[in-house]
Write a protein that binds this ligand. Structure first.
Ligand code: NAP
Length: 246
């Protein structure tokens, strides 16, 4: 059990983030469910946690906004005194072949997926040092390892997360803080719903287990990394992809 711990899950109101929020709450963690556009869904997730006997609250903040992330951390630290687990889950896709990809689509994906992780970690850094404890779990992707045609912006952001994770693990390890990444494969959420069937079928062909994963599959790995069972694991990228990137 992770009773008494406080977690911030970015984009924690829907999709994989929702499963992570529910999974952590089930272990006794108080979960701050961050959202940007989907306040209703974040509130529903908080309700689901509370009706199961857990503790949670919503917090609206665009993770791409450096100053807004600073304000969010300041407020949360003032309120709870500590943040023990940070899950950088927020992410978007703006797919297209490089020949047609706009500068805006490249920049927006990097700003949310990659810089969003920097923004939250940068504003928690000092607090983690003070606590001499903390667990960061960054959600990367199998595509950050393998690459994917039509997703140069997304894959670059997810590969960047791996570099960020390893660097932060090296910087913070001596202070008892672990930083890991989880790299999901094809997981059934709104994000993958919009992929063309032909693309999904081609992806399934590459999956050893021959089926897509569920948000709960990813949540399981995140909850493990957030627990004391993973105290000696840092700087790692755990694939939850049915064997896609083997
Ligand atoms: P999703 O269903 O589209 O959910 C995306 C989440 O990110 C939402 O909660 C959304 O919240 C949040 N978000 C987006 N922009 C944000 C911003 N600027 N600030 C704060 N939150 C923001 O996608 P998903 O499949 O659950 O993906 C979750 C994570 O897993 C992403 O990082 C994604 O890249 C990664 N991933 C997914 C798969 C997959 O197959 N599904 C595979 C590999 C990796 P709002 O709606 O409130 O903006």
């Amino acid at each position: 059990m992770l009773e008494g711990k406080v977690a911030l899950v970015t984009g924690g109101g829907r999709g994989i983030g929702r499963a992570i929020s529910l999974g952590l709450a089930k272990e006794g963690v108080f979960v701050v469910v961050n959202y940007n556009g989907s306040e209703e869904k974040a509130r529903e997730t908080v309700e689901a946690i509370r009706s199961a006997g857990g503790g949670a609250e919503v917090f609206g903040c665009n993770v791409a906004d450096f100053n807004a992330c600073g304000e969010m951390m300041k407020e949360l630290i003032e309120k709870y005194g500590h943040i023990d687990i940070l899950v950088n889950n927020a992410g978007i896709t703006r797919d297209g072949l490089m020949a047609k990809m706009s500068e805006e689509d490249f920049d927006e994906v990097i700003a949310i997926n990659l810089k969003g992780c920097f923004n939250t970690m940068r504003h928690l850094y000092r607090q983690f040092l003070k606590q001499r404890s903390g667990k960061v779990i960054n959600i990367s992707s199998v595509t950050g390892i393998m690459g994917n045609p039509g997703q140069a912006n997304y894959c670059a952001s997810k590969a960047g997360i791996i570099g960020l994770t390893k660097s932060m693990a090296r910087e913070l390890g001596s202070r008892g803080i672990t930083v890991n990444a989880v790299a999901p494969g094809l997981i059934e959420t709104e994000m993958t719903e919009k992929l063309p069937d032909s693309v999904k079928e081609a992806m399934k062909e590459q999956i050893i287990l021959r089926r897509p994963g569920k948000p709960e599959d990813v949540a399981g790995a995140v909850v493990f990394l957030a627990s004391e069972k993973a105290d000696y694991i840092t700087g790692q990228v755990i694939s939850v992809d049915g064997g896609m990137a083997v």
